[in-house]
Design a protein around this ligand. Structure first.
Ligand code: FAD
Ligand code: NAP
Length: 384
């Protein structure tokens, strides 16, 4: 098994201020996505990590988005706000400490209470007094959207308790420290969407993808060591299922295995929307096939044909071989979307155990969920 992550003085409450040294698109022209390769330099921090770990990132807001919000609040951005470490301006406080891209329920409720009696108050009242309607309402709106619909004046001290503090986001590390000493690489899908006529970014993915000057701005980061997503012994075979950004830890695994000259065989299932524009790390992966590090690379491009083809379809097409690998002791790893992909891949594993192992539905489930996952610990997930 790989060695545990060495301890570090940097953590969630004391992040290291790193710098981004590279940031480029992993998608080609014509893609519907904005997936970026981000290289973060760890400077003199001495931070160490192992493949399978994640990087915690403490994001901040785009100053332009904060300025737009402040103009609707009609609060002086230079208003000083007392903080434990000394007073800072309202503008800096919002940039660095508070979520502004998703409106809170308590803000909408407080705003409704402040509205003068009339049509607008009645309209918003129907939303705030129905929790389902309120959940729907806040899903697509930020504070500026709400203030445009319901202009209300608030002081800074009234506003601050109504908004939520920024929490760090995790990203699976996409690099082997042996291949890239002093660096952490990430594969970041930038969340972006337009609602109510205004374009928005996800807080952390927007910040990493489009909010930082290379080699200049400070990005607070820390290593979140994995508890369970470790690489197996170097002679073990591994099957990796990583569509979309799920590829990230497997790039790290493969780089590590290439450098170590590991004897175990490596099989990767990768998928994304279109081969021409969304084959993330295509050159590196096909080179790894040529050099023999990657024994098999099976791809599933979901939108290159009328019907969807997903990674689990490729698993099914290769069921006999996949079952043989598992019975011969291979480790099975899956990374990426938890809500749909990982569930379907899990079901496909059970179907393959049933079909190829001749097991009853109950015995197949028991094999995947108990024997493989818990007893032998050969089925490992990093899903989000
Ligand atoms: C262990 C772990 C590893 C991870 N690894 C990676 C990784 O390698 N790469 C990666 O990219 N991410 C990864 N993530 C996810 C990452 O942590 C963030 O959750 C992700 O980047 C979104 O965060 P954000 O701050 O950009 O978006 P937020 O500001 O949190 O908000 C984005 C959310 O807004 C929602 N939303 C609201 N309204 C709309 C709308 N109208 N249209 C569309 N969406 C809308 C989206 O559903 C989205 O979830 C990982 C998560 C975990 C827990
Ligand atoms: N539940 C969610 O809302 C959700 C889940 C995952 C990611 N995201 C967001 O989407 C953005 C991009 O994420 P990503 O780059 O990691 O890729 P992704 O959206 O997870 O997509 C990668 C590939 O997986 C396919 N896919 C969709 N459903 C699947 C399923 N049930 N089984 C197997 N494969 C499936 C996609 O196909 P198609 O898109 O053609 O169907 C695509 O080809 C991120 O911002 C992320 O936060 C949202």
């Amino acid at each position: 098994m790989s060695t545990p992550t060495p301890p570090s003085p940097y953590n969630r409450t004391n992040p290291f201020k790193a710098r981004i040294t590279e940031n480029y698109s992993l998608n080609n022209e014509g893609s519907a996505k904005d997936t970026r390769h981000i290289v973060i330099h760890l400077g003199s921090s001495g931070i160490a990590y192992v493949p399978g770990d994640s990087l915690g990132v403490v994001p901040r807001n785009f100053p332009q988005a904060v300025d737009e919000l402040i103009s609707h609040l009609a609060i002086d951005p230079a208003t000083l706000i007392e903080q434990p470490a000394g007073a800072i301006t309202f503008r800096d406080l919002l940039i660095n400490q508070y979520i502004i891209n998703r409106v809170s329920k308590k803000f909408v409720k407080a705003l409704w209470e402040k509205l003068p009696e009339g049509e607008k108050k009645t309209q918003l009242g129907e939303i705030v007094n129905n929790d389902e309607a309120l959940t729907d309402y806040i899903f697509t709106r930020d504070y500026t959207d709400v203030l445009i619909e319901y202009p209300v004046k608030l002081t800074a001290l009234e506003f601050i308790p109504l908004i939520n503090k920024i929490a760090p986001r995790l990203y699976s590390i996409a690099s082997s420290p042996k291949a890239h000493p002093g660096e952490v690489h990430l594969t970041v899908a930038v969340v972006n969407y337009t609602t109510h006529g205004r374009a928005k970014y996800g807080l952390a993915s927007g910040y990493l993808g489009h909010g930082q000057e290379l080699n200049q701005d400070e990005v607070p980061v820390y290593i979140q060591p994995t508890k369970h997503f470790h690489m197996p012994p170097s002679d073990a075979n591994i099957i990796m299922v990583g569509p979309g950004t799920g590829i990230a830890p497997f790039r790290a695994f493969l780089e590590e295995r290439a450098i170590e000259g590991a004897k175990g065989r490596n099989w990767l299932f990768f998928g994304d929307q279109k081969r021409a524009s969304d084959f993330l790390y295509e050159k590196q992966l096909t080179d790894l096939v040529s050099s023999g590090v990657l024994t098999r690379l099976d791809t599933a491009f979901s939108r290159d044909q009328a019907e969807k083809i997903y990674v689990q379809n490729r698993m099914y097409e290769n069921a006999a071989e996949l079952w043989k690998w598992l019975k011969d002791g291979a480790y099975f790893y899956v990374c990426g979307d938890a809500k749909r992909m990982a569930k379907d891949v899990h079901q496909m594993l059970i179907d393959i155990a049933q079909q190829q192992g001749g097991l009853s539905p109950e015995a197949a489930r028991e094999y995947i969920e108990v024997t493989l996952s818990k007893t032998e610990k050969r089925y490992l997930k990093d899903v989000y």
